[in-house]
Design a protein around this ligand. Structure first.
Ligand code: SAH
Ligand code: SF4
Length: 356
C-alpha cells in the first residue's frame, strides 16, 4: 500500500529514450517483458521511420506503447533555424529537449548527401582556432540526439544520407560510448543503413579513444586533427591534447593502421605565419611519411574574435609539394558553406546573422 501511495505522490521522471544504444533498447524492451525482436522494431520506428511519439508506433501492442510512455520520453530535436548557403549547403540549429542548442550541416554533392553532426554541445578541448572550442563545453549528446541530427537533415533534403561525419561541435572520442552507439544505429538496417566506411569520426587525437576504435569490428573511417607536428605549436593551439605527445600519437596511429588496414586522414588547417613555416612543413612531412595516411590541407576558416589568415596559394602548393616529394598523399579541401559560417570550426550554439 505504502509503495503504491508513494508512486502516486511522486511524479516519476521519465528517461529520454535517446539515451539508449541498440543494446540499451534491448534492455528497455526486456524490462517491459517483450521478446527480443521488438528491439529492431522500436529502433526502426525511432531512427528509420522517425516516429515522433510512441503512440505512432502503430504495430506495437497498445500495452507496450503505454508502458513506453510511462517510463520514457521521446522528443526530436526541434528546428530553431535553417540557413541555406549559396552552394547548396544547409546549416541547422537544433534545440534539444533541455533547451541546449547544437548545429549540424548538410552538404549535397551530386547524388550524395554528407551530414556533419555534433557529438557534444560545445567542446572542452579549447583549440584556439575553433569557434566551438572558444565557446567552452556544455554537455555530451545522447545516442539518439546524434542519429536524429543526421536523419532530420536527410529528411529535409528529401534523400537518404550517404555519409555522416562527426565533425560538428564536440570531441567524439570524449563521448565515446554514445558516439559508437550512434554510429552503429546509423549503420544498422533498422537505423539509417549508412555503410561503415561512410561514417567518419574526427578526433583531435584522444589516444585512449583511438586505441579503442582500433579494436572495434566495424570499418569506420578515422580523421585526426593534427594542425601542427611541432609539439610547442600544437600545445599552444590545441591545449586539450597536451597530455598526449606527438610521438605517442604517431605510434598509436601506426598501430591503428596495422590493426585495421584502414588509412586515417590527418587534418591540417593552415594558418598563415602559425603552422605554415618551413620548420612546420618539415615536421609535418616527418610525422606523415612512412605509414599509411592521407593529409588533408584546409585553408583555415575565419572565426570571430581571431585574426587568423589563410596562407596564399603558393604556400599551400609548397606544402603539397613537400608531402609529395616524401611520398605522402595529400589533398586540399574545398570548403563549403563558409558564407553561412557552416564550414569546419565555425559552429557554435548561437544564432547568427542571417545571410542575405
Ligand atoms: N573535435 C573533433 C571534431 C570536430 S572539429 C576534431 O577536432 O577533430 C571538425 C574539424 O574542423 C577538425 O578537423 C578541426 O580541427 C577543424 N577545424 C576547427 N576549426 C577550424 C577552422 N577555423 N578552420 C578549419 N578547420 C577547423
Ligand atoms: Fe573541440 Fe575539435 Fe574544435 Fe578542437 S577542433 S575545440 S577538439 S571541436
Amino acid at each position: 500500500m505504502a509503495s503504491r501511495r508513494h508512486r502516486a505522490d511522486v511524479a516519476p521522471t521519465r528517461i529520454d529514450i535517446a539515451a539508449y544504444d541498440a543494446a540499451g533498447l534491448a534492455g528497455v524492451l526486456a524490462d517491459l517483458g517483450q521478446p527480443a525482436y521488438r528491439t529492431k522494431q522500436v529502433a526502426s520506428w525511432l531512427y528509420s521511420r522517425l516516429a515522433p511519439a510512441f503512440d505512432e508506433m502503430t504495430d506495437l501492442p497498445t500495452a507496450l506503447r503505454s508502458g513506453l510512455n510511462e517510463r520514457y520520453s521521446l522528443q526530436h530535436p526541434s528546428l530553431d533555424q535553417m540557413q541555406p548557403s549559396k552552394d547548396g549547403t544547409r546549416k541547422y540549429l537544433w534545440r534539444l529537449p533541455d533547451g541546449v542548442m547544437v548545429e549540424s550541416v548538410g552538404i549535397p554533392a551530386g547524388d550524395r548527401l554528407t551530414v556533419c553532426y555534433s557529438t557534444q554541445a560545445g567542446c572542452a578541448m579549447g583549440c584556439t582556432f575553433c569557434a566551438t572550442g572558444r565557446g567552452g563545453f556544455v554537455r555530451d549528446l545522447l545516442v539518439g540526439e546524434m542519429v536524429w541530427q543526421v536523419a532530420l537533415v536527410a529528411k529535409d533534403f528529401g534523400v537518404r544520407a550517404s555519409n555522416a561525419v562527426a565533425m560538428g561541435q564536440g570531441e567524439p572520442l570524449q563521448n565515446y560510448d554514445a558516439t559508437l552507439g550512434a554510429l552503429r544505429l546509423m549503420n544498422a538496417r533498422e537505423g539509417m543503413e549508412i555503410g561503415a566506411r561512410h561514417l567518419t569520426i574526427s578526433t583531435c587525437g584522444v589516444i585512449p579513444g583511438i586505441e579503442r576504435l582500433a579494436r572495434e569490428p566495424e570499418q569506420f573511417t578515422l580523421a585526426v586533427s593534427l594542425h601542427s607536428a611541432v609539439q610547442s605549436t600544437r600545445n599552444r593551439i590545441m591545449p586539450g591534447v597536451r597530455r598526449w605527445p606527438l610521438p605517442l600519437l604517431r605510434d598509436t596511429l601506426v598501430d591503428y593502421t596495422q590493426r585495421t588496414s584502414r588509412r586515417p586522414t590527418l587534418e591540417f588547417a593552415l594558418i598563415a605565419g602559425e603552422n605554415d613555416t618551413q620548420a612546420e612543413i618539415t615536421a609535418l612531412v616527418a610525422f606523415a611519411r612512412g605509414w599509411m595516411c592521407h593529409v588533408n590541407l584546409i585553408p583555415v576558416n575565419p572565426v570571430e574574435g581571431t585574426d587568423m589568415a589563410r596562407p596564399d596559394a603558393s604556400r599551400m602548393a609548397a606544402v603539397t609539394a613537400a608531402l609529395a616529394a616524401a611520398g605522402v598523399e595529400s589533398s586540399i579541401r574545398v570548403e563549403r558553406g563558409t558564407d553561412i559560417d557552416a564550414a569546419c570550426g565555425q559552429l557554435t550554439q548561437h544564432h547568427r546573422r542571417t545571410v542575405g
